[in-house]
Design a protein around this ligand. Sequence first.
Ligand SMILES: Cc1cc2nc3c(=O)[nH]c(=O)nc-3n(C[C@H](O)[C@H](O)[C@H](O)COP(=O)(O)OP(=O)(O)OC[C@H]3O[C@@H](n4cnc5c(N)ncnc54)[C@H](O)[C@@H]3O)c2cc1C
Length: 318
Amino acid sequence: MVNAPRSAVEDAARELERRLGLRPERGGLLAAHTTMRVGGPADLLVEVEDRFTLRGVVRLAQSRGWPLMLLGRGSNLIVGDGGVRGIVLLNRSRAVTHGADGVTLTFDSGVPMAKAATIAAEAGLTGLEFALAIPGNIGGAIWANAGAHGAEIATVLTHASLLHADGSESEVPASALQFAYRESRFKSAAGAGEVILGGTFKLTSEEPAVIRERLEEIRRWRREHQPLGIPSAGSIFRNPPTGPSAGALIEAAGLKGFRIGAAEVSTMHANWILNRGGATAADVRALHDHCIQVVRDVSGVTLQSEVAFVGEFTLEHA
Ligand SMILES: Cc1cc2nc3c(=O)[nH]c(=O)nc-3n(C[C@H](O)[C@H](O)[C@H](O)COP(=O)(O)OP(=O)(O)OC[C@H]3O[C@@H](n4cnc5c(N)ncnc54)[C@H](O)[C@@H]3O)c2cc1C
């Protein structure tokens, strides 16, 4: 469907309707589904609410050769203003299973991380408190090995249910997922085309009051240190393995508050780019590239992106 005629898109839409009872949106704007609030249209935008339908769309796309992109909460992505060709699958599959051992929880990949943190807390289980702070889904968090407050997915995930590029499914132990700092095999060629259906987490029993206090502490820390409530994608760059953090390097380069169009380097946390209202993806990308260039000139460090750029970009900005 790459640069496909409208008829190919219409055929795919009709097949999704007929076979799976879905109502794909033609040209649905992705800005509405990313936390940075930028991104042009998807040829077809389709939302699934359970694992069965998620599997159905992926297998249909695999068998027909339709390009397919999984979208969780869009909190680690900058989608180009030209949008995404093919199908964008909005994953809202959210079943939760409590293990018989009392310390294991299995979440569908469309469960929001904050919801997972709350469910674990209500079950008197510690280990997922960090998830409260991450505005993504379980699937996106496994993809990124998301982490915060001294913990990350790799600390607590025991295995993931995967739908492979050949249509087969398996339970894969976390040890085979090549987790490292914000890294997993899903970001490499080995994991390309794999869809995360769910994840199983092994946690530890704890007094609910202690867990509640940890959650409150995380909420407080975020409020005090991060520009919440303004569209962003969280940290734009990875922290270098040694030396000052990405935020410290950007601040030292004098870029706090610097703007391109309506994209701005946060004055509160220099590693965040904010959409101050009406920013385009091209603004965000130009500001991201500008930060790399100025930090390199000032400190000699080349920053690496934490966010992924997807879809079609133009080089122009407002
Ligand atoms: C305010 C803010 C604060 C943040 N704080 C943190 C933080 O403290 N720590 C941290 O690590 N991150 C943080 N992030 C980044 C982000 O929330 C995480 O990376 C999150 O895990 C992304 O999940 P998502 O569902 O939004 O993924 P998306 O952005 O929707 O997708 C990211 C990638 O994962 C792929 N993907 C999504 N679901 C699946 C699936 N089921 N199967 C296969 N591939 C899939 C997508 O195709 C895409 O390539 C923050 C972001 C924001 C906006």
